[in-house]
Design a protein around this ligand. Structure first.
Ligand code: AMP
Length: 214
């Protein structure tokens, strides 16, 4: 049983670690950004509500996100644990999550904070490419696919996320520093926070996380 949260700025490597952890432990990743992108591409009412915020690099309003996560956490595949990636992103979301979990007699086990300096974040976001089909994340130089521009897993042509352009990425990092970074102190107080140096390299980070999770 593992209820894990990954906390970190855009470009900190949460998504990459999430892929590895969920494969190893057989738990689902709940990545609110992925859920919003899927809704956006399918043109659902939720996607339409989130669109403007996402394209501007702003946060989607708390109540939309909280309802979405509450629904997702009621699904049976979360019974044996899950990994939260990109949620919570505000103190209000963290408080809502606490309430939601304590209502079910549950609690988080570990919160991993992946710390990365801003100049590294900007470089990572600029070079990030994603598979529109399976969501796998690459970096043009740091973590390239075997064949340039093509997903290793399903052969789809990789794309750059719209909100990864320089101006929007910069805004997302500012929004992170203002609204999400305070969660580091919030989770420090709970004793759940584990700080990791996000410049350590993907494999090293994965090993550190695995050692802690056992
Ligand atoms: P991400 O893929 O995690 O970088 O998320 C992409 C975008 O989705 C963010 O820039 C926000 O607009 C929105 N989003 C994802 N998760 C949240 C959240 N927990 N709270 C508010 N907005 C979110």
């Amino acid at each position: 049983m593992a209820r894990i949260m990954l906390l970190g700025a855009p470009g900190s490597g949460k998504g990459t670690q999430a892929e590895r952890i969920t494969q190893r432990y057989g738990i689902p990743a709940i990545a609110t950004g992925d859920i919003f992108r899927k809704n956006l591409s399918e043109g659902t009412p939720l996607g339409l509500k989130a669109k403007g915020y996402m394209e501007a690099g702003e946060l989607v309003p708390d109540e939309l996100v909280i309802d979405l996560v509450a629904d997702r956490l009621s699904e049976p595949d979360t019974k044996n644990g899950y990994l939260l990636d990109g949620f919570p992103r505000t103190i209000a979301q963290a408080e809502a999550l606490d309430k939601l979990l304590s209502g079910k007699g549950e609690a988080l086990d570990k919160v991993f904070f992946i710390d990365v300096p801003k100049d590294v974040l900007i470089d990572r976001i600029a070079g990030r490419r994603v598979c529109p089909s399976c969501g796998r994340v690459y970096h043009v130089t740091g973590m390239p696919p075997k064949q340039a521009g093509v997903c290793d897993d399903d052969g789809a042509e990789l794309i750059q996320r719209k909100d990864d352009d320089a101006a929007t990425a910069e805004n997302r990092i500012d929004v992170y520093n203002e609204q999400t970074k305070p969660l580091v102190e919030y989770y420090k107080k709970t004793g759940l926070l584990i700080e990791l140096d996000g410049t350590a390299g993907v494999d090293s980070l994965e090993n550190q996380i695995e050692e802690i999770l056992g």
